[in-house]
Design a protein around this ligand. Structure first.
Ligand code: C5P
Length: 239
């Protein structure tokens, strides 16, 4: 996969016109754009169609977490939008993931649709080890939990997981090459962590075995965003 295909740019804005302007502005460098909660809430499914019309792919990052029936039905709707990737929380449970993956595969076969990559969110990159134990009440560490949830998602038939760069190696070692790992919380050495706690540079994340890197503020919050994206791509190319 080329460096360009690995980098996913997060459209973390709420104005559809601004989102489309970003897609057009970064069209030479980026193949896949991530539509998250903020943009989808204001712009709706139409934003996905508009990005597709520009020849680009969409990662729909709505992080579904609900009872199996609800997630199955929402995932079928997402599949019909033709996104290349979407996600759900692995902590929604095995049954939720298994039924969703089966329903999406069936829908694609029946309606002759391209099959989106189904990805499970493990532990958010904004959660620190301390918060995980103290506030969320887990006795074990984040890495153990991420490995456990990844294995569960794999068994349920999902294509991969979202995980921080710190857990990528452990997942890769236990689940092998074909399992997709999407890594947000990417911060080149020159950008601040913001609210992210488990960050990693593009080079480190790639070396650890991540397939896709999600970047948002490390590009869009910079004074010269084009230069930032070029620097990140260069870092990936030289890894
Ligand atoms: O600006 P920044 O690069 O931190 O943005 C990261 C993006 O990735 C945000 O859109 C966020 O919602 C998303 N994300 C994340 N952690 C996850 C899954 C998605 O930060 N576990």
């Amino acid at each position: 996969m080329s460096a360009k295909d690995r980098l996913i740019l997060a459209l973390d804005v709420n104005d559809p016109e601004e989102a489309i302007a970003i897609v057009e502005r970064f069209s030479d460098w980026i193949t896949t754009f991530k539509v998250g909660l903020e943009l989808f809430t204001t712009a709706g499914p139409d934003i996905v169609r508009r990005i597709h019309e520009r020849g680009k792919k969409v990662f729909l990052d709505l992080k579904f977490h609900d009872i199996p029936n609800t997630v199955v039905r929402a995932s079928i709707m997402v599949t019909r939008l033709g996104v290349s990737m979407f996600n759900m929380h692995a902590s929604g449970g095995f049954e939720m993931m298994r039924r969703t993956s089966e329903a999406v595969v069936e829908t694609c076969l029946r309606e002759n649709l391209p099959r989106p990559k189904m990805i499970a969110v493990t532990v958010l990159t904004s959660i620190s080890q301390e918060e995980f134990k103290k506030d969320m009440g887990y006795q074990h560490g984040i890495r153990t939990h991420v490995k456990h949830l990844s294995a569960l998602a794999h068994r349920a038939g999902l294509d991969g997981v979202v995980a921080s760069g710190h857990e990528v190696q452990a997942i890769r070692n236990s689940l092998g090459k074909g399992f997709v790992i999407v890594t947000p919380g990417i911060r080149p050495s020159w950008s601040p962590p913001d609210d992210q706690k488990r960050t990693m540079t593009p080079r480190e994340a790639l070396r650890n075995g991540a397939d896709y890197l999600v970047v948002g503020r490390a590009v869009l919050a910079q004074k010269e965003p084009e230069k930032a994206v070029e620097l990140i791509l260069l870092e990936l190319l030289s890894s």
